[in-house]
Design a protein around this ligand. Sequence first.
Ligand SMILES: NC(=O)c1ccc[n+]([C@@H]2O[C@H](COP(=O)([O-])OP(=O)(O)OC[C@H]3O[C@@H](n4cnc5c(N)ncnc54)[C@H](O)[C@@H]3O)[C@@H](O)[C@H]2O)c1
Length: 258
Amino acid sequence: MTRTYLVTGSASGIGAATADLLAAQGHRVIGVDMHDADIVADLTTHEGRAALVEHARDLSGGTIDAVIANAGLATESTATVAVNYFGALATLDCLRPLLAGSSAPRAVATASMASLFPVDDELVDACLAHDEPAALHRAKELLDEGAGGLIYSSTKRALVRWIRRSAATDEWAGSGIPLNGVAPGIIRTPMTATYTATEESRKAVLDMVPMPLNGIAEAETVAHLIAYLTSVENTHLCGQVVFIDGGSDVVIRGESTW
Ligand SMILES: NC(=O)c1ccc[n+]([C@@H]2O[C@H](COP(=O)([O-])OP(=O)(O)OC[C@H]3O[C@@H](n4cnc5c(N)ncnc54)[C@H](O)[C@@H]3O)[C@@H](O)[C@H]2O)c1
């Protein structure tokens, strides 16, 4: 059965690998990115988010089978907050009405194993309160304090907590839409190029993100998991954040999740 998928961050890395895989499986893919995409939109802005919804409605004809909110940044910047959390939520919440016409609607967000790292609680709380001006203001304060390293992990922590809060509600599970996340470890993409370039940098990043199972992964590995989570076959995963991380979650958290 041919399905229509919408993938943000489709021009590079995990998003491009996912779009390629789904297209190779015979599905229709609407790619969204700042460049080289069916819908060119900057998801840090209200205009870009509005353009996403408008063009997604037009290009899909009114029905999308799966939404994959994957676009992201890992820079120490306010833009990282705007795209990783508020851009992802705008993608999922604003496109949810287009899922209503699908016989097997699905939604996935790309989080990160970095959601396990230390965070700034004030930034996480501002995100979860859906207060974008406050979240951007807090990110700016963190940058000024030299604590910009907390921004990325905070956006991903907020995103996974939003998935856990939302997945079982009427809007998602109650409407027959499995909402889940993936939490990759270190994946070889342009985002991590500086970490994966040399033996020395690879060792340094794996000291921080231990991946005892097969080490640094390729983008296609994550694409296959996203393809399953958004497939017709996934009828019962609800609010799961699947760590696809070579074991970093197990090493860091051990048995503590039960
Ligand atoms: N690569 C990793 O190791 C890794 C690990 C954990 C999580 N992730 C997450 O996976 C997702 C994809 O990352 P990737 O590694 O493929 O990176 P990437 O840099 O290769 O691709 C990210 C894509 O998102 C797009 N994007 C960024 N800001 C945007 C915006 N404002 N509006 C629209 N598009 C925008 C970029 O143009 C780019 O094409 C991100 O959410 C990232 O946080 C990556």
